[in-house]
Design a protein around this ligand. Structure first.
Ligand SMILES: NC(=O)c1ccc[n+]([C@@H]2O[C@H](COP(=O)([O-])OP(=O)(O)OC[C@H]3O[C@@H](n4cnc5c(N)ncnc54)[C@H](OP(=O)(O)O)[C@@H]3O)[C@@H](O)[C@H]2O)c1
Length: 194
C-alpha cells in the first residue's frame, strides 16, 4: 500500500492487542506500533509478528515504549510517533488488566487497589488519548478518517449487569466492572466531542 495507516495498539506485546496486531499485519495496509510498557517485550512481539509467514512485504511493525501509569512515558511515546510519522491514524486503547481482588487480604489498602485499577483501565487511557489527539487530528490531512478504539468489556455493561437474572457473578468483579463502565462513558464522550 502506497500510504499505509499508522496504528498504535497499547498493551500489544501479548494478549488481544498482540493478536489484533498480528491480524492487521497480514493486510499490509498498516504501520503497526506495538505499544508495550516493557520495550524488550514489545520488540520481541514485533519481531515475532514480522517473522510470521504470509505477511506482505509492505508490512511494517515496530515497538513503542508506553506505560499507562506514567505521564512521562505517554508523552515521550507521542513525541516519538510525532517526530517519526507526523500523525497517527488509529489509536487502539487496549492496555488494561483485570484485578480479581474483592478485598485487601492484609495487603495494600482498598483505596490503593481501586486507584491502581482505575489508573490503568481509565485514567491512563484518557491521558494517552489526550496526548495523541493532536496527531490524530493531523490524520485528516489527505482525506483519512482517524479512529479511536477503546477495548472495553461486557462486564462494564450497565444494561447486562442490571438485567435482574439473579446470576451471582453479577455480585463480583466490582473493580474491573467499574473501570470498564467508566471507560464506556469516556468513549461515548469522545464520540460526541469528535
Ligand atoms: N481477555 C478477555 O477475555 C477480555 C475481555 C474483554 C475485555 N478485555 C480487555 O482487553 C484488553 C486486553 O486484555 P488481554 O486479555 O489481552 O490481557 P493481557 O493478555 O493481560 O494483556 C494486557 C496488556 O496490557 C498491558 N498493560 C497492563 N497494564 C499496563 C500499563 N499500566 N501500561 C501499559 N500497558 C499495560 C500488558 O502489559 P504487560 O505484558 O507488561 O503486563 C499487556 O500487554 C484489556 O483492556 C482487557 O480489559 C479482555
Amino acid at each position: 500500500m502506497a500510504n499505509p495507516m499508522v496504528i498504535l495498539v497499547t498493551g500489544a506485546n501479548q494478549g488481544l492487542g498482540y493478536y489484533a496486531s498480528e491480524i492487521l499485519a497480514k493486510s499490509g495496509n498498516y504501520i503497526i506500533l506495538i505499544g508495550s510498557r516493557d520495550l524488550n517485550k514489545g520488540q520481541e512481539a514485533a519481531q515475532k509478528i514480522l517473522q510470521e509467514p504470509g505477511n506482505p512485504s509492505s508490512t511494517k511493525v515496530e515497538a513503542v515504549q508506553i506505560d499507562l501509569s506514567s505521564d512521562e512515558s505517554i508523552h515521550l511515546a507521542a513525541k516519538y510517533v510525532g517526530e517519526r510519522y507526523g500523525r497517527l491514524d488509529i489509536l487502539v486503547n487496549n492496555a488494561g488488566y483485570y484485578d480479581f481482588r474483592e478485598g485487601t487480604d492484609g495487603g495494600p489498602s482498598w483505596r490503593q487497589i481501586f486507584h491502581e485499577q482505575l489508573d490503568t483501565n481509565l485514567i491512563g487511557q484518557e491521558i494517552v488519548t489526550q496526548e495523541f489527539l493532536p496527531l490524530l487530528h493531523k490524520s485528516t490531512e489527505g482525506a483519512r478518517s482517524p479512529r479511536i478504539v477503546f477495548t472495553t468489556s461486557t462486564l462494564g455493561s450497565l444494561t447486562m449487569a442490571s438485567d435482574g437474572d439473579g446470576n451471582p457473578v453479577k455480585l463480583q468483579h466490582k473493580l474491573y466492572r467499574t473501570s470498564k463502565s467508566a471507560l464506556n462513558m469516556l468513549a461515548v464522550t469522545y464520540a460526541n466531542q469528535l
